[in-house]
Design a protein around this ligand. Structure first.
Ligand SMILES: [Zn+2]
Ligand SMILES: [Zn+2]
Length: 444
C-alpha cells in the first residue's frame, strides 16, 4: 500500500486525531469540572476504552493472520518476536501475557460472536464482559443451532448492562448449562474435562532433588492433584497431633526440648521424613534385579553400641546412632558386618515385631514410652531394648514403643531402657541420670 493510499485510509487518521485530541488536553484540566459531569465523562472514557480495545483486537487479528501467512512462506514476517503477543508487547508496554490474552480473546470473539464484537466496538460493553461472553459461547455444545446461539448471546449482552461481572459470569455458566440435554451429558462432559486435565497433569509430573552438601537434600516436585492430596493427607496426619513431643527434665518437670519443630512447614518436613522411612520396602518393585530397598550396613560392634559410622547401601554415610535406629525400624533391612566387612546377618522379616506383638505393646505402653511425651501409640515405632535381639526375637519383653523423635534420642544419646521387673512397664535412664523414669501420662 502506498503512502498516498495510507493517507486516505480511515484507521491511521482516526488514531492520529484521537491521540492529538488527548495530547491537547492536560490531565489537570479535570479540576474545573463539576462532579456530575465528571461521572458522566468517566463513563464515556470507559466506553472509549472498550472501543479502543475492539480496535486493538482487530489489529491483533490482522497481525496474527500475517504471522500465519509468513509461517506458511507467503509474505514478510510482521515483526519482532515469536508470536503476535510478543510482537505487540515488544512494540509497547512489554506486557507479554497481556498481549497474548488480547490475541486469544480477539480470536475467540471472531470465532464465536458478531453481536459482542459490535457491542464492544460501539462502547456498550467492556472488554472483560466481551471476553466472558465469548468464553461462554465457546462452551455451548456443538449441536446448538445458530438461532439458539444468537439468543444466548443477546441475553448475555442485555444482562451485561445490569449485572456485575461476577453475576454475569454465573449467569453465563447457567445459560450454557441449560443448553445441555441431560445430566448424563453434563456428567460425561465433566468426566471428559477431568480426564483431559489428568492427562495434562501426568505430562507435567516431575521430581528433582539435589544434594546441598551439608547433610541435607532439597527437592522440588510437581504431582497430579490426586496424588498431591494423598501426600498432603498423609503428611497432615503425621504432623497433626497437637501434642507435646518433647522430653521432660526429671528435676524441673519442664520440657527440655520440643521435637518435630515448631512451625507447620517444619512439622510437615519431619512428617515427610517419617513417611519415606515407612515405605513398604518388601512391596516396592525391583528395577531389573536392582533392589529398590536401601539397606543399612553396620558393624556388629556399631549395632551393640559402638561409635563407628555406618552406611546405606547407596554409599550415604550415617552416624552409629542413626544406623541403630534405622536397624530397629521394620522397613529397613540391616546388613550386619563382621570385622572384615562380611555380612554375618541379613535381617529377615521374622526379626521384626509382628502384628500381634505390636498390638500387645500398644496395649502395654499406650503411647511413646519416653518420659513426658504426649504421642499416642499410632505415632510410635517399636524399639528393640536389646540390640542383639534385632535379628533374633519378636518377644515384646524386648520392645518399647517410641515416637520417631524419641526413637532418635534414644539411639543417639544411648538411653538405657528396661522393662520394670515388678510391673512390666517400660522405663528409661536418661543421659546423666541414675534413676529410672517412665512416662506417667500413659502408665501412671
Ligand atoms: Zn530403636
Ligand atoms: Zn516421644
Amino acid at each position: 500500500m502506498s503512502v498516498a493510499a495510507l493517507d486516505t485510509h480511515p484507521v491511521p487518521s482516526c488514531v492520529r486525531s484521537a491521540r492529538e485530541s488527548f495530547s491537547a488536553v492536560p490531565t489537570s484540566a479535570w479540576d474545573g469540572l463539576e462532579t456530575g459531569e465528571v461521572r458522566r465523562l468517566v463513563g464515556e472514557l470507559s466506553r472509549l476504552e472498550s472501543q479502543v480495545a475492539a480496535h486493538k483486537m482487530a489489529a491483533a487479528r490482522v497481525l496474527e493472520k500475517a504471522r500465519k501467512a509468513a509461517a506458511n512462506g507467503d509474505g514478510p514476517r510482521p515483526g519482532t518476536g515469536t508470536s503476535t503477543g510478543a510482537t505487540i508487547s515488544f512494540d509497547f508496554g512489554g506486557d507479554r501475557s497481556g498481549a497474548d490474552a488480547l490475541v486469544n480473546t480477539a480470536q475467540r470473539i471472531e470465532e464465536q460472536t458478531t453481536l459482542t464484537e459490535n457491542a464492544l466496538a460501539s462502547g456498550v460493553i467492556s472488554s472483560k464482559q466481551a471476553d466472558l461472553i465469548s468464553r461462554a459461547l465457546a462452551k455451548l455444545p456443538d449441536d446448538v443451532t445458530a438461532e439458539q446461539r444468537e439468543r444466548c448471546e443477546e441475553t448475555l449482552l442485555t444482562d451485561a448492562q445490569k449485572l456485575t461481572l461476577k453475576d454475569l459470569r454465573r449467569r453465563a455458566a447457567r445459560i450454557t448449562e441449560t443448553y445441555r440435554k441431560t445430566t448424563d451429558e453434563v456428567d460425561a462432559d465433566e468426566d471428559e474435562i477431568l480426564r483431559r486435565r489428568e492427562d495434562e497433569a501426568r505430562k507435567k509430573t516431575s521430581f528433582s532433588m539435589w544434594d546441598n552438601n551439608d547433610g541435607t537434600v532439597t527437592g522440588r516436585f510437581t504431582l497430579p492433584e490426586a496424588q498431591g492430596a494423598m501426600l498432603k493427607t498423609a503428611l497432615d496426619a503425621l504432623a497433626a497431633p497437637h501434642q507435646k513431643v518433647g522430653t521432660v527434665n526429671a528435676a524441673t518437670g519442664e520440657m527440655d526440648e520440643i521435637g518435630f519443630g515448631q512451625t507447620y512447614p517444619q512439622r510437615l518436613g519431619h512428617a515427610f521424613a517419617t513417611l519415606v522411612e515407612h515405605l513398604p520396602a518388601d512391596s516396592l518393585p525391583s528395577n531389573g534385579g536392582v533392589s529398590a530397598v536401601v539397606t543399612v550396613n553396620l558393624d556388629l560392634d556399631t549395632l551393640v553400641g559402638g561409635v563407628k559410622a555406618a552406611g546405606l547401601s547407596d554409599g550415604t554415610r550415617i552416624s552409629a546412632g542413626e544406623a541403630r535406629r534405622l536397624a530397629c525400624s521394620a522397613q529397613i533391612v540391616p546388613m550386619v558386618l563382621n570385622g572384615t566387612s562380611l555380612p554375618i546377618d541379613l535381617g529377615s522379616a521374622n526379626r521384626y515385631f509382628n502384628r500381634s506383638s505390636r498390638r500387645a505393646m500398644e496395649k502395654r505402653d499406650g503411647g511413646c514410652t519416653a518420659p513426658g511425651c504426649d504421642r499416642d501409640s499410632r505415632w510410635t515405632e517399636a524399639h528393640h531394648l536389646n540390640p542383639y535381639a534385632i535379628s533374633k526375637t519378636t518377644d515384646i519383653r524386648d520392645g518399647a514403643l517410641l515416637c520417631s523423635f524419641h526413637h532418635h534420642r534414644v539411639h543417639d544419646q544411648q538411653w538405657s531402657g528396661r522393662i520394670n521387673p515388678d510391673d512390666g512397664h517400660v522405663e528409661w535412664k536418661l543421659p546423666g541420670s541414675d534413676t529410672w523414669h517412665r512416662n506417667t501420662r500413659w502408665r501412671p
